[in-house]
Design a protein around this ligand. Structure first.
Ligand code: PMP
Length: 405
């Protein structure tokens, strides 16, 4: 199969010439995902986990089936280790509030890196504010790599939580989470992995990388918006208090107390997002039919073409590694004399979609000493023709802005 063949599965690409290079923000949805959600509403829509009648039982079964598909997809031992959330952000907050506040104290440390997305920074700032713990920052070298020396010098016996993005949404670099996790475990810390940018692009197995918690969003791997995942080791989740309270998450309630439902329901208060969980299952089935080998191969090929083309433009600066294979399809750049917002707006005139701004990673922008950047992020359904047209259009941006080259 070729990228062009897979594109046929995506209704949004039909009948227009848009080049969608903002896949790190959200991916597009294949028909199979759209159909799975519609099918849920058309055939089994009822409030899951409540009713004793056919439709509700069916809705519950489909929801729980989706959970077990997610568990297998990331190598979780049991389905109850999968909590459905809205997105990575909610998963991170759940860990911070329910695990962090309970297990971190005044003289403790929480270790993150400067390349984290805000959703893997702000929850830990909150925990530090409330407990008096210290936030410790790992910094990458010029190629965007967190070296062994760096993490070994910053993760000490004081670390209670080490929370690391698997793939940076700005530099595209894959962090050595497995090695960091092994070292952090030796020091007695719990390891949280932000998989928002890795799970859609590579096979992620929680046991292989040694994650105690893993968070990711469905919408970046072709599932609907509004469904996310928190994986947590059973013994950790069991010892945690609920994040939100209300319906569905209780065992028994009296006037002045309550006991909690079994895992994972303890963490899923209120009516759940069953249709989108079913959509996530369809997305996982779809991604597995494409295969991570193809995804990697296509992303490498396109990223090489893109970075080779950019390297010929003296006014473009690309951030992160010089090796296209180390970008996970993400190419963040600036253009001399042109603000990233102008790059994005001018590209849009030619139906090219790229992101511009701080990418919810302001500490990284400060570290790179740049206010904002433009970012082209690719996925397996993008094509060589698109990259070639993108490069042509990119040259035109400078002309539009009044430069002669
Ligand atoms: N972490 C990373 C690395 C991300 O790229 C993103 C999304 N840009 C998030 C977390 C947050 O994801 P969401 O907005 O779906 O919660």
């Amino acid at each position: 199969m070729k990228a062009e063949d897979f594109r046929q599965d995506f209704p949004i690409f039909k009948g227009n010439d848009y080049i969608y290079f903002d896949n790190a923000a959200t991916s597009q949805r294949p028909q199979a995902v759209i159909d799975a959600v519609a099918d849920f509403y058309q055939k089994s829509n009822a409030n899951p986990l409540r009713g004793l009648y056919d439709w509700s039982v069916d809705a519950t079964e489909r929801y729980e089936h989706a959970r077990s598909t997610v568990a297998k997809f990331i190598g979780a031992k049991e389905s109850c280790e999968i909590v459905f959330t809205r997105n990575t952000t909610e998963s991170m907050n759940l860990i911070a509030y329910s695990y962090g506040l309970k297990n971190v104290g005044k003289d403790d440390e929480i270790v993150i890196s400067v390349m984290e997305h805000h959703s893997n920074i702000l929850p830990w700032q909150m925990v530090c504010r409330q407990t008096g713990a210290k936030l410790v920052w790992l910094e990458p070298d010029e190629e965007g790599v967190i070296t062994e020396d760096e993490y070994k010098s910053k993760i000490t016996d004081k670390a209670k939580i080490v929370s690391i993005g698997h793939v940076s949404n700005v530099l595209g670099v894959t962090n050595p989470v497995k090695e960091i996790a092994a070292y952090a475990h030796d020091k007695g810390a719990v390891v949280v992995v932000d998989g928002a940018q890795s799970v859609p692009h590579m096979k992620v197995d929680v046991n292989e990388i040694g994650a105690d918690f893993l968070a990711f969003s469905g919408h970046k791997l072709m599932a609907p918006m509004g469904i996310g995942v928190l994986y947590g080791k059973k013994e950790l989740l069991e010892a945690m208090d609920p994040f939100l309270t209300g319906g569905e998450m209780i065992e028994y309630v009296t006037r002045d107390s309550a006991t909690w439902a079994e895992l994972p329901h303890k963490f899923e208060a209120g009516t759940v997002n069953a249709a989108d969980a079913v959509g996530l299952e369809a997305a996982i089935n779809y991604i597995e039919s494409v295969g991570f080998d193809f995804i990697k191969e296509q992303e490498h090929k396109l990223t090489r073409l893109l970075m080779d083309g950019m390297s010929e433009l003296s006014y473009i600066k690309v951030y992160g590694s010089k090796d296209p294979n180390k970008h996970c399809g993400i190419v963040t750049f600036t253009m001399d004399g042109v603000h990233p917002h102008d790059i994005s707006s001018v590209l849009n005139e030619d139906h090219v979609c790229v992101r511009a701004g701080h990418h919810c990673a302001q500490p990284l922008m400060q570290f790179l000493k740049v206010g904002s950047t433009a970012r082209a992020s690719l996925y397996f359904y993008n094509t060589e023709e698109e990259v070639k047209r993108f490069l042509e259009v990119l040259k035109g941006v400078r002309k539009v802005m009044g430069y002669g080259d």
